[in-house]
Design a protein. Structure first.
Lengths: 512, 102, 733
């Protein structure tokens, strides 16, 4: 236990990668073995992160389970990992969704070994972002996560996968360019890439900036503003924020089911996490100054994402756009907290950020659930066109019930998890950005419209004779995959305290 | 005594005749003969310098003997090569033996 | 068991019933019924016990039964949720448990429990007469969830929990209105209901956020019973339209009511909601959902009327509320007069009656509005269930008459005859009152109970509950705002008119179709709730007789007034009794009833509605609901959908944003091609080629030296040696 405790995060981080390597040693022509082995490997980080959750103490300030090992000593970068109340739920989400995604991937028939290995590598990449406390390490894992995803979409996706995977990769990397430059700037100026040090030093850094010995002939504030926007654009592409979101519908739609689950469930949260972990603490003044712009973009995401979703005729693309809609609330909460910096509205900022973090977790659950269900019906009907379904409820009542449940969580029905986080974001943002909050309500209204459109087209609708002979009902393995999500959705909706008591103290310390 | 220069002149004349033979004769055997002349001219030079400058040191004589040996073996080899070429190409004219060109 | 614990338990049995049915008892109608009705019955028992306790408690308004737990951390504080029973929630609880139980029992018969499954019935479509509902378990599951939502709402002690119950009911109404999702009209109606109420809900959410951010709490007791908080809210400016914060929040919350209680302009969902099975209509439109909207504004009465005292002119908020209510009351009653579907008349009637209650709140008549809420729940539920009984009878008559028709044509036996019967089934609408007539002889129990309900609705004097509550509202309006009084009086006249029209067309005269001829009475399990509700429709009003009422005032103390008035911190006094509103009430009620009865009691078969003849184009306008739906579709729905599908997705996303991205990609490709062409190929490759070419050229130039002729080599060597020698001797000695 001692070895486990002292290096718990490293275990969690690299267990999937070790699993991936072990996968590569298995024979490629034994599908059942490969699937079960991959699933078993993915349960290890899950067990560890539950252990982490239990061991995490919300009352203690600062990062916990910290490990630091020298890495690039000359430039001040180290292998520095740690968790606090914002990253622990994200770690749990990642390690929870990966096994479920693997469980759903039973229908993948080609190159199973590579598929499973890529997934496990991807999990390491994502976990690394959430755990790292060193900017360079953060960036390394940020970029690492892109490669397996690219291949997953490119090799196992649908018809338009080449375009979608390419678009996803290039747009995200384009955003990361600015991020890398800004990270270099910060690292060289402060002298280290360590996040805890930078958080202390950088926000108040006012000396004239000299980058690697070259005097930059711009005022410090301008350089900081440019760096701020570089960070923002990189994360805004990931979240995604309108208008940087167009990669998402293509990537989500063309990815295999499990790929979409992870993409929507976790990868988008990397962007939100970036905002909360890096943008707000490192650039409080700039964020406050530009908070209005961020809030405007957030509202545009919410509203236009909802409208875009409503206008879709492809089931998967509809769910994809719903991610834009839901993640807009995360950015709205972030913008509120940004504006509230240094003012008396700290309590509202706390509520808004709590809501934003919870919204990330909740959306991870409900989006993964929705994509899972889309995949279930797609495997059986081989179409994603809403007009091709119609009236499936009598043929698949269990599926229908689960779909309604998950869709209602996505819609933000009170009693389920989505409502709690959306309410908290609205509650926290209203005093700070009243007009934007009011506009965001349009998005909420249209959210109802597209969710009902999805349910209506799939389950209700003229009773469709063409599917009468098919076996459409969801099977036990798939129910097993979505059951944990449903339990979590319900439990957070009914008793949100169990997760908020982890998030809240950290948020209060960071933004109070 | 006959002055040294006479011997040198003789050697030089012989050398030039030999050089003319090497460069100007068509027949390969004649070229070889010219080479023999040149070598002998060198020999005369060597002996003359030995007799007139350092009579007591044997190096000049020894060098002349070596040159004889070289000339003889070189003639043997050269003739053997010419015979071989003649057997291949039925000619001993130096100008026509130009295979090793660009 | 302490009362507060019991209150916590009240909403739980239906929730458990929902869970049990969904997870386990789905397939078995018997178990579903037992679980659902059992759960509701438990809630009913607990509810009545709590009600009894509430009635017996002193100062229940100031010291309600309350209990709360911490639930949601919001910043530095933790929002508590819990239960609160004060007079308002007590009487609401009373009618909710009674009406819900009645509806549950009725649903057993309505869903044809105990009958065999008709093989031609398909899940998602209404069952044929005589076949059990294919999705029986699902129906009771949703009804149970609905009851849970309403009970949660009623018993909640804070606005957030109320909102949770509110939205859960919204979900259930969506699922229940679209219960027969195989019908396109049902599918459209379910979405319409959800979205239209959601419009109101998003405003309400803003109101909740605004309220919390100012006061730091959402608890009813802390906000509404604290004069300091209320005055602070009234004094704070909101920055919107010059309203105070209290006004803004009040209007935002009222927007929720406008949606949920189907006031103009968000009334359009309610008539279409008739697509659901009749018990659903009763549940949504009488017992539960629409009542929730009224309950909300009654609960927030102190906030809505802050700064106002009886006798003073109305505040802006109150004016808005009473305007909406009074207008809706009249507006909907005009439409109801022109409807032929038995349930649509009741739907518009509900909208109109809710307008009454809203108007009452708007003019400050708290007790009167609450009174009408209670009585309306009973008689409207009765009317809806009665109409369901009528429809069932008509459907049975339809099946019987087409069977007769099929038997009368023996040559068409077998499948052809069956399809003929069903074709007939589709053409004759069992819900159209023009096809009814004379049903009072065929369905006597239904008739008498429906009559009682209808008379209550019309405000028939003394013996019906509706009279007392409506009269109180009219009295209050008379004393406060003349225009509102006039509008409400006119609405009352039309109410009586269309009620008599409805009863006349349905039950009097002679049957106008074979279906009506062969109709028969419904099962006892459906009739018992009707009888129960008629008892309440008669007697409930007697709890609130004004003590100055001529002759009988004072015989029974005005218990309702005393009890409910205690809910407000500022105990309102009973309005003084005045004769004109009473007379007006009598005139419009009796006059309307008589007029309607006379016109419609003997409508012959195939007749055109007399009103249609007299009013001509106006009638067409009324029958088409003033084309409001069409207006919304053209101005709101279609443009919004166009915005989503075309503007946002096709244009902005695909053409503009992706166009930018693709353009950037093309630019990069072009730059790359340019670089390759001009720099890579030309310069870099060219340089390499140049070097190679030059070398080759030089080589070609120099190789002539290699002639292969030995003598030439020797000559060259000689020449070079000569040069070297001369260089070494002459130039550099």
């Amino acid at each position: 236990m001692g070895l486990l405790d002292s290096h718990l995060l490293t275990w969690i981080l690299f267990a999937p990668a070790i699993g991936a390597v072990l996968m590569l040693l298995l024979p490629a022509d034994r599908p059942r073995l490969l699937r079960r082995a991959a699933f078993a490997f993915s349960l290890v980080p899950l067990a560890l992160s539950i252990y982490l959750w239990i061991g995490y103490d919300p009352a203690r300030a600062g990062y916990q389970f910290v490990e630091q090992v020298a890495w690039y000593v000359n430039i001040g970068s180290s292998y520095h990992v740690g968790v606090d109340g914002i990253s622990v739920p994200m770690v749990l989400l990642t390690t929870l969704l990966t096994p479920l995604a693997l469980l759903i991937s039973w229908s993948v028939e080609e190159r199973i070994r590579s598929y499973m290995a890529l997934f496990l590598f991807l999990e390491t990449g994502m976990l690394g972002v959430f755990l790292s406390l060193d900017l360079l390490l953060f960036f390394v894992f940020w970029e690492i996560g892109l490669v397996p995803m690219y291949f997953l979409i490119n090799q196992w996706g649908s018809a338009n996968r080449n375009y979608a995977s390419f678009k996803f990769l290039i747009i995200t990397m384009a955003g990361s360019l600015g991020l890398l430059l800004a990270i270099q700037l910060i690292g060289l100026t402060v002298g280290t890439f360590d996040l805890t040090t930078i958080t202390r030093v950088w926000p108040t850094y006012a000396a004239s900036l000299s980058v690697a010995g070259l005097p930059v002939n711009l005022p410090v504030e301008t350089v900081k503003a440019i760096a701020f926007w570089a960070f923002v654009i990189a994360f805004a592409i990931k979240v995604p924020v309108w208008p940087f979101h167009t990669w998402l519908p293509d990537a989500h739609t063309e990815a295999p089911t499990a790929g979409s689950m992870i993409l929507a469930g976790v990868l988008l949260k990397l962007g939100g996490y970036g905002f909360l972990r890096l943008v707000l603490p490192l650039y409080p003044q700039q964020a406050s100054a530009f908070a209005g712009a961020l809030a405007a973009l957030a509202v545009l995401s919410i509203v236009l994402g909802a409208f875009g979703s409503w206008g879709q005729s492809d089931f998967k693309r509809l769910v994809a756009y719903s991610s834009v809609n839901h993640m807009g609330f995360v950015l709205l909460g972030v913008a509120a907290a940004a504006r509230a910096y240094g003012t008396l509205s700290a309590n509202d900022a706390i509520i808004a950020v709590n809501g934003a973090v919870l919204q990330m977790f909740n959306h991870g659950l409900s989006a993964a659930g929705m994509f899972l269900l889309v995949g279930v019906i797609y495997e059986r009907t081989h179409t994603r066109e809403l007009s091709a379904y119609r009236g499936l409820f009598p043929l698949a009542p269990v599926y229908g019930g689960i779909l309604i449940f998950t869709a209602m969580a996505s819609l933000g029905l009170p009693g389920l998890n989505g409502f709690i986080s959306e309410y908290m974001v609205v509650q926290g943002t209203w005093p700070i950005f009243s007009a934007y909050t009011a506009l965001a309500m349009i998005g909420l209204l249209i959210t109802g419209a597209y969710i009902l459109k999805a349910i209506g087209s799939v389950l209700h609708g003229p009773l469709n004779e063409s599917w009468a002979g098919h076996k459409l009902e969801i099977n036990r393995r798939e129910v097993l995959a979505i059951a944990p999500l449903m339990v979590l959705m319900l439990s957070i909706g009914v008793w949100p305290m169990w997760i908020l008591r982890v998030i809240e103290p950290t948020v209060m310390r960071l933004f109070g | 005594m006959i002055p040294l220069s006479w011997y040198l002149l003789l050697a030089a004349a012989l050398f030039c005749i030999g050089l003319y033979g090497v460069l100007g004769r068509r027949n390969a055997v004649a070229v070889l003969m010219g080479i023999e002349l040149m070598l002998n001219a060198v020999n005369i030079n060597l002996v003359a310098f030995w007799r007139y400058l350092t009579p007591t040191v044997i190096a000049g004589q020894a060098f002349a003997i070596i040159v004889f040996a070289v000339a003889a073996s070189e003639a043997a080899v050269g003739l053997a090569l010419i015979i071989s070429i003649y057997r291949q190409r039925s000619t001993v004219i130096a100008e026509d033996i130009d295979l090793m060109k660009w | 068991m302490p009362t507060t614990l019991l209150i916590w338990l009240i909403p739980l049995p239906p929730l458990l019933a929902f869970g049990l049915i969904v997870l386990w008892a789905n397939r078995s109608p018997r178990v579903s019924t037992a679980v659902a009705v059992g759960g509701m019955a438990l809630s009913w028992v607990f509810g009545l016990v709590v009600f009894a306790a509430a009635v017996g408690a002193e100062h229940l308004g100031a010291e309600p039964f309350a209990s709360s737990i911490p639930w949601l951390p919001l910043g530095t504080e933790v929002l508590r949720i819990g239960i609160l029973v004060d007079p308002l929630s007590a009487i609401t609880l009373f009618f909710v448990v009674w009406t819900c139980l009645a509806i549950f029992v009725y649903s057993i018969g309505y869903s044809n429990f105990g009958k065999a499954r008709d093989p031609q019935d398909r899940p998602g479509l209404p069952p044929h007469a005589g076949g059990v509902e294919p999705l029986y378990g699902r129906f009771f599951a949703f009804l149970s969830l609905f009851a849970f939502g309403m009970l949660t709402l009623v018993l909640s002690d804070n606005l957030l929990l109320l909102f949770i119950g509110w939205e859960i009911m919204g979900l259930c109404s969506y699922l229940l209105i679209g219960f027969w999702f195989g019908k396109e009209s049902a599918r459209k109606a379910m979405v319409k209901a959800f979205i239209t109420t959601r419009v109101g809900d998003v405003f309400m959410l803003l109101g909740i956020a605004a309220l919390y951010s100012f006061t730091g709490t959402l608890s009813f007791h802390e906000i509404l019973r604290s004069p300091d908080t209320l005055n602070a809210l009234a004094a704070a400016p909101s920055g919107v339209l010059g309203l105070s914060l209290a006004g803004l929040i009040g209007l935002l919350l009222f927007a929720g009511t406008v949606g949920k209680s189907a006031q103009f302009p968000l009334h359009v969902w309610l008539p279409d909601a008739m697509e659901g099975p009749t018990p659903v209509s009763a549940m949504i439109h009488a017992a539960a959902m629409v009542s929730a909207g009224i309950y909300l504004i009654l609960r927030f009465f102190p906030l809505l009327t802050v700064g106002w005292h009886p006798g003073e002119p109305l505040t802006t908020t109150m004016l808005v509320i009473s305007a909406v209510g009074a207008f809706t009351a009249l507006f909907a009653s005009t439409i109801a007069v022109a409807q032929n579907d038995i349930k649509r008349v009741l739907a518009y009637s509900t909208i109109s009656q809710l307008g009454y209650m809203v108007a009452a709140v708007g003019i400050g008549a708290f007790v009167a509005a609450a009174f009408h809420l209670v009585t309306h729940a009973f008689f409207k539920a009765l009317l809806f269930l009665g109409s369901g009984s009528v429809i069932h009878g008509m459907e049975h008559g339809l099946a019987a008459s087409s069977k007769n028709a099929a038997q009368a044509m023996p040559g068409q036996g077998g499948p052809a005859g069956q399809s003929g019967a069903h074709a007939g089934h589709d053409h004759v609408d069992p819900q159209d009152m023009l096809n009814m007539g004379g049903l009072r002889r065929k369905m006597p129990w239904t008739f008498w109970t429906f009559l009682i309900g209808g008379l209550a609705l019309a405000g028939f004097p003394i013996v019906t509950a509706g009279f007392w509550s409506k009269d109180e509202i009219l009295s209050a309006a008379f004393g406060t705002h003349t225009l509102v009084f006039v509008l409400l009086a006119l609405a009352a006249l039309l109410t009586a008119l269309y009620t008599a029209r409805q009863i006349g067309m349905t039950f009097f005269g002679s049957p106008r179709s074979p279906a009506a001829e062969h109709a028969h009475e419904s099962r006892p399990v459906m009739l018992a709730p009707l009888v129960l509700l008629s008892v309440f429709s008669i007697a409930a009003g007697w709890a609130g007789i004004h003590h100055e009422f001529p002759v009988i005032g004072g015989w029974i103390p005005n218990w309702f007034e005393e009890f409910v008035a205690g809910a407000l911190a500022a105990h309102p006094e009973a309005t003084a009794f005045a004769l004109p509103p009473l007379l007006t009430s009598l005139v419009v009620s009796l006059g309307g009833l008589t007029l309607g009865f006379l016109i419609y009691r003997r409508l012959p078969r195939g007749a055109v509605d007399p009103l249609a003849r007299w009013l001509g184009p106006v009638h067409t306008l009324l029958r088409n609901k003033y084309y409001v739906d069409e207006l919304y579709a053209a101005v709101v729905v279609r443009p919004a959908y166009w915005f989503g599908e075309t503007f946002v997705y096709a244009w902005t996303d695909r053409k503009v944003i992706d166009g930018v991205l693709h353009g950037a990609a093309r630019l990069v490709l072009a730059v790359g091609a340019w670089l390759r062409h001009w720099i890579d190929l030309l310069i870099v490759n060219g340089f390499g080629d140049l070097v190679g070419g030059a070398t080759k050229g030089a080589g070609r130039m120099f190789r002539v030296i290699q002639s292969g002729r030995v003598q030439a080599y020797l000559a060259a060597g000689l020449l070079f040696a000569g040069l070297m020698l001369s260089y070494m001797l002459l130039v550099r000695p």
